[in-house]
Design a binder for this molecule. Structure first.
Ligand code: ZN
Length: 201
């Protein structure tokens, strides 16, 4: 699953030749392009808006133009840079796919695009680090995030129905301790995925 499906990826995460400075430098996020040039941008994950204005030099968002930064439930900061318009306010809670602004060319940028990065922390300086130590690879982070979100959507009743109808009988006829342990592990995986406490060995 590609979380950036609707975009054209113009510059990947990692070492690259910088398009403005023309030196090899670590790219802290991904550059994504959607059309039209002022197309709406939606939150890849929900959270709390911590920044929604022009990024000032020294703030952790220098040269990044208009920046929206959203802290997710794991404490990671999702940074949307170079926006032409900002649609959210600091302190606001946004949900996944909510519009955060419009693509633009503000700050140090060679054309309308979204620079998107995910920082491991929100402070100091909004979690900015000069090296790669402070950021994660966005595609993998979102894939992991979405897959866990899907699991947490398992309905408690459905999970318990599967446990009662299939796993408990399987436990009863299991011939070895290893088999019972495996059935118990599966039951606990279902309980965990539906937000319930684990019960088995
Ligand atoms: Zn970039």
């Amino acid at each position: 699953m590609n979380p950036f499906e609707i975009f054209r990826l113009t510059s990947p995460f990692g070492m690259r030749m910088h398009p403005v400075d023309h030196v090899k430098r670590f790219h802290r996020g991904v550059d994504l392009v959607v059309s039209p040039s002022n197309g709406v941008l939606k939150a890849f994950v929900g959270g709390e808006v911590l920044h929604a204005k022009m990024g000032l030099t020294g703030s952790g968002f220098g040269n990044m133009g208009n920046v929206v930064a959203i802290k997710d439930d794991k404490g990671y900061l999702h940074v949307y840079a170079h926006l032409s318009e900002i649609a959210v306010k600091v302190g606001q809670r946004v949900v996944r796919d909510q519009v955060v602004g419009n693509q633009g060319n503000t700050g140090k940028s060679t054309g309308a695009h979204l620079h998107y990065e995910i920082r491991k922390a929100c402070s100091p300086s909004f979690g900015y680090t000069a090296t790669e130590s402070g950021v994660v690879e966005p595609t993998k982070y979102l894939q992991d995030y979405y897959s866990k979100e899907e699991l947490s959507k398992v309905d408690e009743k459905d999970a318990n129905a599967i446990i009662d109808k299939y796993l408990k009988p399987a436990y009863g006829v299991a011939k070895t301790a290893a088999e019972r342990k495996e059935v118990g592990r599966l039951a606990d995986a279902l309980r965990a995925a539906s937000g319930q406490a684990k019960q088995n060995v």
